[in-house]
Design a protein around this ligand. Sequence first.
Ligand code: AMP
Length: 297
Amino acid sequence: MRVLRTVAALRKELAPARRRGLRVALVPTMGALHDGHLSLISQAREDCDVVVVSLFVNPAQFNERSDLERYPRDESRDRELAAASGADVLFAPSAEEVYPAGFATSVDVLGVSERLEGESRGAEHFRGVATIVAKLLGMALPDVAYFGQKDAQQVVVIRRLVADLNLPVAIEALPTVREPDGLAMSSRNALLSEVERERARSLSAALEAATRLAAAGERSADALLASGREVLEGAGVELDYLALVDPDTLEPVELLERPALLAVAARVGQVRLIDNAILAPAVSQTSKGKAIQTCSA
Ligand code: AMP
């Protein structure tokens, strides 16, 4: 695996592959790699001929300075893990390479950026995300870029960005990888104390409670959200939001009539965590019966 620091070196490395018509994959990360990241790299390895993993802790998307300063960094470990999962190139540019003097352009994806995380963290967060992703796509010119469903709103924003700017890249979103107790893997989990780690479990537990209730036939958003909130309330976390929204528009949903995104954000001590699940309406006994009758008719 090559480690490259400049856009010029990345372009030079990828040019022969592109001339031969090989498929190039990009997996954008901020490092501190865990099994969630590695699942994206492994899938990219399976699907494509050349796999580029980018490692850049993007200051522009951090709305809190302390979060940026605390963010875990370990490039030599990341290098080993990326290589072992099948990356061909680790692209790890400096902040000066990404944002040279005179840099003046940013990308705002209106609408979908303004909900959930946008409401809570401000417009800079997704402006920072959309700008860096547009830049990384321009730098690596991949055929496919891989993202995690863990950051569900990010996937919605990036799909919008790619469609609106006619970028010739396919976006793949892969399922959230979890710890055995359900906690979604996140680089920020490393910052949790033992007690906080225990409390953090309540995010996925809240999603599970609402999922169970939906499976039992509940369709009211109020009731589904209340079941999740109940889990979070006793857990010693500071809830930021728990919301049931349309998975494409991120508009609030009142009644679960088709699959909807249940998204949660909460602070556990100093660490802000997010998670989500897709809730699907239960197939009622009557409609099940009807479906069987229709099939056998
Ligand atoms: P990050 O380094 O946090 O910016 O994440 C880089 C990519 O990995 C993003 O597309 C994330 O959505 C994805 N990712 C992060 N955590 C997970 C996880 N637990 N499962 C799957 N993908 C993840």
